[in-house]
Design a protein. Structure first.
Length: 343
């Protein structure tokens, strides 16, 4: 039986985008990673996407932001996030070096997005940032202006990525058929202490551009949690719902507030019967919903700040908890490896 909308959130009959599709998405991978994505207050659709998976000792996060001037940018972001996460998981489990895994993941994500294009003049496009955290350290790879930050529990934080932008902050690199094969910026880091690895889109970092301001707003405020819970529970009928509280997407509608598990893909396109969607084939499971320990509340707090500040764009925050210290020489399924502090 045909569903009312396509997997990319558009109507099967007229092709119109459905505003409630993925309006608010939350995902976790156990207690050590969580992500929140919201449509914002000024956008018709959520063109951000994230994937959050684990592979052996590695926690993998990918965040993509659809380029607003391109067609089907939300689809580009979802395909890139899915492909990047699946490739990183497969390569790392096969014992590849993290640098090679990140390069391969970005290239495959770029090719997957390019394959969506009807022509070079009608090419979906998105930015891309991916990160892996494991006993050997942290690795990040990025194309475009979505960012990764290191937010330590103590001491100064730092940006782990550099924006691909030119004059007037215009994008200089992206994934899509109208762009060359990706050459991701790849960086490694061995934290001297515990902290948070944050991936985010410009819907967040334009309000909180430096690590110190981001870390300050990690602390969940009760009002932010109540606002997010209201979005998830969606108990009010449309006629009585406050103007800024929108109906959440299918995932949020089916997410129980008691944390009961639902089958989900890394991108949060869940089905109540636990069956996977064809688009999710070969994609690792995204974990349990509404788990993630305090990280989920921290991600909610960051997103809530962006919404309170105006919510002009889609906003996504993905957090991975990183324990430390990390040993310089690590033996395990990936073999001994000396990890430098930076590359």
């Amino acid at each position: 039986m045909r569903r009312d909308r396509r997997p990319d959130g558009h109507c099967w009959d007229c092709g119109t985008a459905q505003p409630s599709f993925r309006a608010h998405v939350e995902a976790t991978a156990g207690p050590g990673a969580a992500a929140v994505s919201d449509r914002g207050l000024r956008r018709a659709v959520n063109a951000d996407a994230m994937a959050l998976v684990t592979a052996g000792p590695w926690t993998i996060g990918v965040v993509c932001d659809g380029v607003s001037m391109s067609p089907r940018s939300e689809r580009a972001a979802r395909v890139a996030a899915q492909t990047g996460a699946a490739t990183l998981a497969a390569r790392l489990e096969a014992g590849a070096l993290p640098e090679d895994a990140h390069h391969r993941a970005a290239v495959r994500a770029g090719r997957a997005v390019a394959a969506l294009a009807a022509s070079v003049d009608a090419a979906p496009a998105c930015t891309y940032v991916a990160a892996t955290a494991g006993p050997q350290g942290l690795w990040c790879g990025s194309v475009g202006d979505s960012r990764a930050y290191w937010l330590p529990d103590h001491g100064p934080g730092m940006a782990l990525t550099e924006d691909d932008t030119g004059e007037h902050d215009a994008l200089a690199a992206w994934l899509g058929a109208d762009a060359p094969e990706p050459e991701p910026h790849i960086r490694s880091y061995r934290p001297p202490g515990p902290g948070r690895l944050l991936l985010c889109t410009d819907g967040l970092w334009r309000y909180l551009p430096d690590p110190d301001s981001l870390r300050v707003h990690l602390t969940p405020h009760p009002s932010a949690i109540r606002a997010t819970t209201a979005r998830l529970s969606d108990i009010q009928p449309p006629a009585s719902r406050p103007p800024n509280v929108r109906q959440s997407d299918d995932l949020a509608d089916r997410t129980r507030l008691d944390g009961s598990r639902l089958a989900s893909s890394p991108l949060g396109d869940a089905r109540p019967d636990g069956a996977s969607h064809p688009d999710d084939a070969g994609i690792p499971d995204g974990g349990e919903l509404l788990d993630g320990g305090g990280l989920l509340d921290e991600a909610r707090a960051l997103v809530a700040h962006a919404l309170d500040a105006g919510g002009h764009d889609n906003v996504t925050a993905l957090l991975i908890a990183v324990p430390a210290p990390m040993a310089r020489d690590v033996s395990g399924p990936f073999g001994p490896r000396a990890v430098p502090r930076t590359c």
